[in-house]
Design a protein around this ligand. Structure first.
Ligand code: KIV
Length: 296
């Protein structure tokens, strides 16, 4: 396994690097990011793929699901994140409504991700039914990532965020979806919220790397939402979420300390203040002295 040590010169991670890593059986890492600071931190930590996910809707904008986030909102955040990414493959997520109307609309919106926001690959949800659209996107020179299993944009059809692929028929459909995406030429596919056994079967079957989220350890890579990784979300968490840091705790502590310091006039200190240059200070002293003398 070759994990480039932090601080060492790093090669740009590209669409081609995805297959190379699968062939070398090296795990692919992917995290979401939605702005300059988070994208820069993720990129500098050596993560392979930065995904500006439509989870933006929930993690950042506070919506209940991902359905309401718009193209303009996605582009706005994708542009900001782009400025923080130097080495990672930069992936934009097509929001609900930006590709469901047909291939022409999909190409138009995907091209906006590329031209206006610097995306190097776009992701869209769905399996077999997206094959023609994916071919049209590839014809337009836009690499595509697939996304099957628990596809959050289908929340109303699924009747909630539920693990998919539990029955034999559902497993067969997932296999068909994965093979169809692979044949259509996706650069990788996200497997979300499916049993570990099914993810392992798909990973074995397809040439494109599989990147799992709630799909067990046998995928070619793993993705997590930045805010989940850092405990910056509220409410019950899915079982696959692991907190690698307590962002909420850290932020709450810092904000409370600021509040207390301002309340007790301990912030800012003199050393944290700007001062007048000597001549201006002396001049000001003279003016103030004259005013005081006039008042006497
Ligand atoms: O929007 C998103 O963050 C995603 C990941 C969970 C794969 O689609």
């Amino acid at each position: 396994m070759s994990l480039t040590p932090l601080g060492e010169p790093r090669q740009k991670f590209t669409v081609a690097s995805l297959r190379e890593k699968k062939l070398r059986r090296e795990p692919i890492t992917c995290l979401t990011a939605y702005d300059y600071a988070s994208a820069r931190l993720v990129d500098e930590a050596g993560i392979d793929i930065v995904l500006v996910g439509d989870s933006l809707a929930m993690a950042v904008l506070g919506h209940e699901n991902t359905l309401s986030v718009t193209m303009e909102e996605m582009l706005h955040h994708t542009r900001a994140a782009r400025r923080g990414v130097k080495h990672a493959l930069f992936m934009g997520d097509m929001p609900y409504g930006s590709y469901q109307l047909g291939a022409e609309e999909a190409v138009r919106n995907a091209a906006r991700f590329v031209k206006e926001a610097g995306a190097e690959i776009v992701k869209l949800e769905g399996g077999e039914k997206r094959v023609d659209m994916i071919r049209r996107l590839l014809d337009a020179e836009i690499p595509v990532a697939g996304h099957i299993g628990l596809t959050p944009q289908s929340v109303n059809v699924m009747g909630g965020f539920k693990v998919q692929g539990k029955s034999l028929a559902a497993v067969e459909q997932l296999m068909r979806d994965a093979v169809a995406l692979d044949r259509a030429g996706v650069a990788c596919m996200i497997l979300e919220g499916i049993p570990r056994e099914v993810a392992a079967l798909i990973t074995e079957e397809v040439k494109a790397p599989t990147i799992g989220i709630g799909a067990g350890p046998d995928c070619d890579g793993q993705v997590l939402v930045f805010h989940d990784l850092l405990n910056l979300t509220w409410g019950p968490q899915p079982k696959f979420v692991r907190h690698y840091g307590d962002g909420a705790g850290l932020i709450a502590e810092a904000v409370q300390a600021f509040r207390a310091d301002v309340g007790s006039r301990q912030y800012p200190e003199d050393g944290e203040s700007y001062h007048l240059p000597k001549e201006t200070r002396e001049g000001l002293e003279t003016v103030l002295e004259r005013k005081r003398a006039l008042r006497r």
